[in-house]
Design a protein around this ligand. Structure first.
Ligand code: ADP
Ligand code: AMP
Length: 215
């Protein structure tokens, strides 16, 4: 099964992706996680991406298209994959179509998580992350042990871009550059919209119900 998690920053894409990885065993492809790993490792790509990420801007399309092309061709994606945070622009979506056509693995379903801006700001400002990609929240979803990731035992931290100055811009960028993709996938007949405001497990059960039709 080839799944795309779609929605604004803070909608819960990463949180649901991790649960889907556990449940189905498909790899999560998070472009945000890939970029952050490059920033941490100080690669050329990371150095170039950091300036955009710190401002809450999108990293240029050609960079992202290159990343996703290589990642989708890896062996572990043959059984299925979960896209998280890609595509974010129409050119990225067009490039994805071409790549998936080439490898013969189309997207089965786009899960669009709907959450209003006020809630997104609360989620993003309280988010804690681990470098393994696990996402927590200071209030609604804290790690079991203070500051320690439940999954890998690493230390959780606040993302550099999860600050008040950047959040507004990220929501703006989403609205202008990414939201148009809702229509793009609606027209293809593969978009399913979910109420992402509800609790993590309620949303997950909803997703499992939808995916049961594709298994
Ligand atoms: P995204 O990947 O879409 O940017 P995350 O999965 O990282 O979003 O979630 C953003 C924040 O909101 C995190 O702190 C996470 O723990 C929290 N969160 C995610 N889903 C829910 C939910 N359904 N209810 C409450 N908090 C949530
Ligand atoms: P995320 O972890 O998905 O919230 O992404 C964090 C940041 O990484 C974004 O604000 C962008 O700067 C960058 N990024 C992640 N995915 C993409 C993408 N598909 N296109 C452009 N920039 C991206």
């Amino acid at each position: 099964m080839n799944i795309m998690l779609f929605g604004p920053p803070g909608a819960g894409k990463g949180t649901q992706a991790k649960k889907l990885v556990d449940f189905y065993g498909f790899p999560q492809i998070s472009t945000g996680d890939i970029l952050r790993a490059n920033v941490r490792e100080g690669t050329e790509l990371g150095l170039a991406a950091k300036a955009y990420m710190d401002k809450g801007e999108l990293v240029p399309d050609d960079v992202l298209i290159g990343i996703i092309k290589n990642r989708l061709k890896e062996e572990d994606c043959k059984k299925g994959f979960i896209l998280d945070g890609y595509p974010r622009t129409v050119p990225q979506a067009d490039a994805l179509e071409a790549i998936l056509d080439e490898i013969g693995r189309p997207i089965d379903v786009v899960l669009n998580l709907e959450v209003h801006d006020e809630m997104l700001v609360g989620r993003i400002s309280g988010r804690l992350m681990c470098k393994c990609g696990a996402s927590y929240h200071i209030i609604s979803n804290p790690p079991k042990k203070d500051r320690i990731c439940d999954i890998c035992g690493g230390e959780v931290f606040q993302r550099a871009d999860d600050n008040a100055e950047t959040v507004d811009n990220r929501l703006d960028v989403y609205e202008k550059q990414t939201q148009p993709l809702i229509n793009y996938y609606k027209k293809k007949g593969i978009l399913v919209t979910l109420d992402g405001r509800r609790g993590i497990d309620v949303v997950f059960n909803n997703i499992k119900g939808i995916l049961a039709k594709f298994a």
